[in-house]
Ligand binder design. Sequence first.
Ligand code: ADP
Ligand code: NA
Length: 330
Amino acid sequence: NDRPRALSGIQPTAGSFHLGNYLGAIRQYVALQETHDAFYMVVDLHAITVPQDPAELRSNTRLAAAQLLAAGLDPDRCTLFIQSHVPEHAQLGWVMNCLTGFGEAGRMTQFKDKSAKQGADRATVGLFTYPILQVADILLYQANAVPVGEDQRQHVELTRDLAGRFNSRYGDTFTVPAPHIVKETGKIYDLQDPTAKMSKSASSPKGLINLLDEPKVSAKKIRSAVTDTDTVVRFDEKEKPGISNLLTIYSTLTGTGIPELEQRYAGKGYGALKTDLAECFVEWVTPFRERTQEYLGDPETLDAVLAKGAEKARAVAAETLASAYDRIGF
Ligand code: ADP
Ligand code: NA
């Protein structure tokens, strides 16, 4: 397989992925299957940076895998696996910890945000070093492209720095990856606060579209999205962040260009746009929910997909780790 490599990971979360996860990241996972030798994983090691109930973690991990398949990942065209099934992640993670400066790790804004929310006493060392584990996640697969949302750019930059540092200290070992961030959808905004990122932990319930919620609940949230007091449907992220966010979502889900949408809603106002987008979303999400339930209802198939994925991932990860260990002097 001489295609470039792609690698990304997503945390198992309770309930379901949200629309920001899908448009910012998962949609790109699906696209890159066609052009890349793609590896995607549910990052359960990252999940335990905050306390997890064991039974819930196990079921959320399966739920995450089922949603990735429902979103269009095809186990014949990519490698889908669970991070903890491949022990090399933790092993290379340690090596990368030893190459990272304390101050360098302290500058990661995701850590600063998350630890501030939890309080200094409750935040774990694992939360502090998780970006470094992410470096290992990426480098193990010699990834060229890392499909992520905008909020992950700094972690891919850290990965590039550490790959370069290892390579210059020990000799060429790792591919230096690049972030694959789609400009239009790299940051999807909260429906109630269209200047803030749509986020599982920070958005209010009304601002967050969970993919597995009852579609009519999500449709209502879309219809009551915060916009502005003007009535002209125009893409303008500065002056009209709410309507611009809805246009981005609409355009991406339906494949209709934004200029065409602006024309379609000229003189019709925001209400019509919201009603139609709510309908389009329901049409898109209904089969997604059904497929997720199908995968969850067939645990043998899901287990087989994940076992085969872990085996394929391990073959690549073990080879990379062996050459890194050799260079280090192990
Ligand atoms: P986090 O712990 O930072 O929430 P996630 O596992 O939820 O990480 O993120 C999964 C993927 O979804 C990442 O690639 C992230 O960049 C992307 N993502 C999360 N929220 C958004 C958003 N509002 N817009 C675009 N992409 C997003
Ligand atoms: Na994120």
